[in-house]
Design a protein around this ligand. Structure first.
Ligand code: NAD
Length: 319
C-alpha cells in the first residue's frame, strides 16, 4: 500500500462541557481547513471522566461520518501540553444571578490548576483561553504557563466583533466582511468598547460612508445588542456554545494554517499591563503582530479603566 506523507495537527480541548463540546464539533466539521492539509487529532481532557468519555464517543461518530481521517481521543493534561494548540474551556459556567466575582474566583483556581498540570508545554505550543473572565484568565495563563507572550491568547471580543459586523450589515445593507469595525478592550457587556472612531467601509470612515442620521440612530442599539445578546441566549438555553465554538475553530485554522487573519483576540498589551482585546495578526506563532488602533482619548480612557480592574485582580491572585 502506498504511504502518504501527511502531517498530523494535534489540538487539545481542556474542559469538554457545552463550549468545549461545540468547539470540538466545529473543529471536526472544518477539519480540512483547520488542519491545513494535514490530518487532525483532537485530544479531550476533563476532570469529569464519564462526561469526557461520552464526548469522545459522540464526537468520534461525527468524525466517522465526516470521514476525513480526524481522530478523537481522551487524553491527560500532560499530553495536552504537548499539542500544537491547546484550547482551555474548563470552568464553571456563570449562571444568571451569580456574581461575576463568584464565578471568577472558581475559574481562577480551575485555570491555574489545569495550566499548571499541562506544564512544561511543548516550546511552540499555542494556548487559547476561552473560560471567563477571559482577559483575566488569559493574563493568568500567560504567567503560569511561562510560554512566550505571542503564544498565549484568548477568544476575547472576536465573537462580539463578528456579531457587531453582522448586525450592522443587516442595518446598512453591506456585507459583514466589507465592514471593518471591532469590539475591543475587556470582554464584559459593560467594559468592552465599540471602536467607532476607526470603523470603515472600503477604507472610508463610517461617518462618511453612511448618512449621519442612520449612524447616530443605530450606534446605541448595535452596542446594546452586541454586548447583551449572550445574556439573552444564556437566559433562554443556559449557554452560548455555537458562536464561541465557531470562534475557536476559526482561531485554530488561522494559527495552524499560518493564515495571518486579523482578529480581535485578547493578548498581552504592554501599554495596559494585562491581556485585553485588540486586533492581532494570527499566525503559527499565535500572535504574529498587534495592530495599533489609534483610539480617541475617550476610548483609550475607557479601555484603561477596565484594564485597571484586570491588573487589580491579578495583583490579588499573586498574593
Ligand atoms: P460547562 O459547565 O458546560 O463546561 C465546563 C467544563 O469544564 C465541564 O465539563 C467541567 O467538568 C470542566 N472542568 C471543570 N474543572 C475542570 C478541571 N479542573 N479540569 C478539566 N476540566 C474541568 O460550561 P460551558 O458553558 O462549556 O462554559 C465553559 C467556560 O467558557 C465558562 O467559563 C464560560 O463562561 C466560558 N465561555 C466563554 C465565552 C467567551 O466568549 N469567552 C463564551 C461562552 C462561554
Amino acid at each position: 500500500m502506498a504511504t502518504t506523507n501527511t502531517t498530523t495537527r494535534r489540538i487539545a480541548i481542556v474542559g469538554v462541557g457545552q463550549v468545549g463540546g461545540a468547539a470540538a464539533y466545529a473543529l471536526i466539521l472544518g477539519s480540512t481547513t483547520v488542519a491545513a492539509a494535514g490530518e487532525l487529532e483532537l485530544l479531550l481532557v476533563d476532570n469529569n471522566i464519564a462526561l469526557r468519555d461520552a464526548q469522545v464517543r459522540d464526537l468520534a461518530d461525527v468524525a466517522f461520518i465526516i470521514n476525513r481521517g480526524t481522530r478523537v481521543r481522551a487524553a491527560t493534561y500532560r499530553e495536552a501540553g504537548q499539542c500544537d494548540l491547546i484550547v482551555v474551556t474548563a470552568g464553571s459556567r456563570q449562571t444568571l444571578g451569580q456574581s461575576n466575582l463568584d464565578s471568577a474566583s472558581r475559574n481562577i483556581s480551575i485555570v491555574r490548576n489545569v495550566v499548571d498540570a499541562m506544564a512544561p508545554f511543548r516550546s511552540d505550543a499555542v494556548l487559547l483561553v476561552v473560560s471567563n473572565p477571559v482577559d483575566l484568565l488569559t493574563t493568568l495563563a500567560l504567567e503560569v504557563s511561562q510560554l512566550p507572550l505571542s503564544q498565549v491568547l484568548g477568544s476575547g471580543t472576536f465573537l462580539e466583533s463578528a456579531r457587531l459586523r453582522g448586525l450592522m450589515a443587516e442595518q446598512i445593507g453591506i456585507a459583514p466582511n466589507s465592514i471593518d469595525i471591532y469590539a475591543l478592550g475587556v470582554h464584559t457587556p459593560s467594559t468592552q468598547l465599540t471602536a467607532w472612531s476607526t470603523a470603515t467601509v472600503a477604507g472610508v470612515p463610517l461617518s462618511q460612508s453612511i448618512p449621519s442620521s442612520t449612524l447616530v440612530g443605530m450606534q446605541p442599539v448595535l452596542e446594546r445588542d452586541t454586548a447583551h445578546l449572550s445574556e439573552v441566549i444564556v437566559r433562554a438555553k443556559g449557554a452560548t456554545p455555537f458562536g464561541i465554538g465557531a470562534v475557536v475553530s476559526s482561531i485554530c485554522a488561522s494559527v495552524l494554517g499560518d493564515r495571518r487573519n486579523v482578529r480581535a483576540v485578547t493578548h498581552f498589551q504592554p501599554e495596559y499591563g494585562c491581556c485585553l482585546s485588540m486586533p492581532a495578526v494570527l499566525g503559527r506563532e499565535g500572535i504574529a503582530k498587534t495592530i495599533e488602533v489609534p483610539l480617541s482619548e475617550e476610548e483609550r480612557r475607557k479601555v484603561e479603566e477596565s484594564a485597571k480592574m484586570v491588573r487589580g485582580m491579578m495583583e490579588g491572585i499573586r498574593q
